[in-house]
Design a protein around this ligand. Structure first.
Ligand code: NAD
Length: 399
């Protein structure tokens, strides 16, 4: 097996193959020079200096030797030769494969305004990006964060906790609009404002120049550091050049296999049929990367099962943990359980009266039960969700 991409999905595919007792050669090829690492801490504890490189590495060096995983770091695969089943590195080196797993992830969307190329403008995706931002945070005083999504808000919370002046600029009319309901966006707006973060909604950057960021609402902010988190784009070019079908991602079936039965695609780069979305979709999350890797490893080991893991996500900002389960997009009926002013509540999302997702703020119990209810397809009505006297666990037990 050759695995292209040594992020969370690629690493997990190699590790799970060995756990499946797959004993043929495994080559794991990564573009970055480092050992495979976890990304979630990069916008949280790592930026704050609470974690270091050793803490974010998924496994130490010895793991790859001990498990006979041939890790090739700092190497870019530039071509897939499907006719002779091999991949080619930029160096010209070739690796033959029997099975190829594409775990090539996504890359940051770039800001395209005047001044976006200036040195003080940073993106956060890789370990090197995080090291660079962490160094700059030591001396920076005024920070403008572009994008009020996960990256932007997690970074804003860290920077503000360090006492920096922070302004967040979000193009849409509310925070985290891609992922959560307005009630959650409002909660986060209050949270950030309460900590002294300035927020500009429905606003974009017009220009960055001479230590200032000029916004579309006419305001200007001093900035010695600009951190941009305006989403990611799936890496599909390698697959496309290899003649595979791509749409929003590399198109795979429910077994995560492309139209070439020797090639799988997993993680951020894969557009897959997802029972919780009710359609083909692409999911950017650690859970999806890990579970798709496990699914492909099982398929290669001959225990073929379709991918049907329950999607879940989380974000930590200041002292608040938001846990999300299911896919809320397209939900029409929303029910709040608990009271937002208590800083402990959940939003239940229903599509055609079926539970679709739950977002929980400081209510881990709701999240854990939600994972089980969604996995089992247990019926829950909006009235039951709203009734705090009903123990959700009892429904799960009945089911
Ligand atoms: P995102 O999609 O979560 O948020 C991007 C935000 O930028 C959106 O709210 C969007 O409306 C806004 N935006 C887009 N263009 C803009 C512009 N020109 N000006 C101002 N705002 C603009 O993406 P992200 O925050 O960049 O995160 C990148 C990836 O990392 C995503 O896949 C995300 O899921 C992942 N991530 C996840 C977590 C988590 O789950 N806790 C944390 C960090 C990153």
């Amino acid at each position: 097996v050759v695995i292209v991409g040594a992020g969370q999905a690629g690493f997990q595919a190699a590790a799970s193959l060995r756990m499946e007792a797959y004993d043929a050669p495994i080559t794991l090829i990564g573009e970055e020079p480092s050992l495979p690492y976890q990304r979630p801490p990069l916008s949280k504890g790592f930026l704050e200096g609470k974690q270091n490189v050793g803490n974010v590495e998924l496994r130490p060096d010895a793991y790859y030797r001990d498990h006979k995983i041939d890790l090739i770091s700092g190497s870019e695969v530039i071509r897939i030769n499907r006719a002779n089943r091999s991949v080619e590195l930029r160096s010209g080196q070739r690796f033959p494969y029997e099975t190829l797993i594409l775990a090539i992830g996504s890359r940051v969307r770039k800001l395209s305004v005047k001044g976006a190329e200036l040195d003080e403008v940073c993106y956060l995706r890789t370990l090197d990006d995080a090291i660079r931002i962490r160094q700059r945070l030591e001396t920076a005083r005024d920070i403008v964060v572009v994008g009020g999504g996960f990256i932007g808000l997690e970074v804003a919370a860290v920077a503000r906790s360090m006492g920096k002046s922070v302004a967040v600029v979000e193009a849409q009319s509310r925070l985290m609009p891609r992922a959560v309901a307005p009630v959650i966006s409002d909660f986060y707006q209050e949270l950030h404002l309460g900590h002294g973060v300035q927020i500009h909604l429905a606003t974009v950057v017009r220009e960055i120049a001479a230590g200032q960021v000029f916004l579309s609402d006419g305001s200007a902010h001093k900035a010695d550091l600009v951190i941009v988190g305006i989403g990611v784009l799936p890496n599909v070019e390698l697959a496309q050049d290899g003649g595979l079908t791509v749409a929003d991602g590399i198109v795979v079936d429910e077994y995560l296999r492309t139209e070439d039965s020797n090639i799988y695609a997993i993680g951020d780069c894969a557009q897959h049929p997802n029972p919780f979305a009710g359609q083909s979709t692409r999911i950017e999350s650690v859970q999806n990367a890990v579970d798709q890797a496990r699914c492909v490893a099982a398929n290669i080991a001959g225990r073929g099962e379709p991918y049907r893991a329950v999607p879940w996500f989380w974000t930590d900002q200041f002292d608040i943990k938001l846990q999300m389960v299911g896919l809320s997009g397209g939900s029409v009926h929303l029910v709040t359980r608990g009271n937002p002013t208590s800083r402990k509540f959940s939003v239940f999302y229903f599509k055609e009266d079926r539970l679709a997702a739950i977002d929980s703020i400081n209510r881990p119990g709701d999240h854990l039960v939600g994972r089980k209810l969604l996995a089992a397809g247990t019926a829950l009505t909006p009235d039951q969700a709203a009734d705090e006297r009903l123990d959700l666990k009892s429904l799960q037990q009945q089911a």
